[in-house]
Design a binder for this molecule. Sequence first.
Ligand code: UDP
Length: 347
Amino acid sequence: MATSASERRIDEGVMVDDGMRYLITGGAGFIGSHLADSLIGQGGEVVILDDLSTGRRENLDHLLDCERAEFIEGSVLDDQLVDELMRRTDMCFHLASAVGVKLIVERPLESLLRNVRGIDIVTDAAARHGNRLLFTSTSEIYGKNSTGALREGSDRLLGPASTSRWSYATAKTLGEMLVFGYFRERNAEMIVARLFNTVGPRQRGFYGMVLPRFVEQALRGEELTVYGDGTQSRCFAHVSDTVDALIRLGDSDLALGGVYNIGRDTEITILELAELVIERVGSDSTIRFVPYVEAYENGFEELGRRQPDTSAIQALTGWRAQHTIAEAIDDVIAYQHEEVARSQLAV
Ligand code: UDP
């Protein structure tokens, strides 16, 4: 049987048409910058829009001389700019978002407004220009549903609106609903990807993410701060797997109008993660248990488990996470070593 062009490209590990122009909002961030690398590596051109609020210019330093990459410092709230960039590109990956539980809990209003207004402007502009749009949503929208591997159609179980944590899930839910609305009522080419915990080089602990924090603590010989009793679990996907999944979904006509979990399905408790980080760093660090009220704010609600069912994306694109958590930890350790070396050179 003859294979289609898209099947051939997937066999060769290439899912990007030569010369295709992509707009990546939030492209100076942790995931966005890896996505830019991968799209360029596969022959695409990228325009990166980022206001550098949580993204970093350093994440794009290596692309400075690349003809197929363009960086624009600006905001997704600037509707004229977004309109202009949509006009110049073929497809948009909308990643720009306030990220990290710590930031959301500390500045809920700002993160809510930025997420909601941003998705409104971006979906509207993409639909107007007939550009395909992939919106990155989050596993956070399942809330406290801990019933096992979460499917895209699983119920969402959010706590009270007065608890800051849930503003993020609410904003992303609204974004998903906008995407579905544009797809159904305006025939716009839109897709939702729900990202579970993604880890890897360039992720920063500053906004609360657990793995870069643990690695930093272990490298310094400090105590690793495990919140609660450490029995809560997560599934961590390496960023290169996440990016591969995003590109496959963006390339798939059959994904349009759909929502897909992206994540690795192997669970690990946070205490086990801390122990594994100490082992891989070869550190003498010990573990300190920090009560949630101390770590976040009063009334903070922790999640017991969060595991994705990824059968939908697997069936559609053949995607599967390839990297283990140990490989991700090693890559984060190597990256943090490089960061230290870079900062010493800069002094
Ligand atoms: N966590 C921790 N110590 C830290 C930072 C986070 O024990 O220094 C825990 C946090 O309470 C949660 C898990 O690690 O149970 C994952 O946290 P993260 O913020 O990375 O992701 P999310 O909570 O959004 O899954």
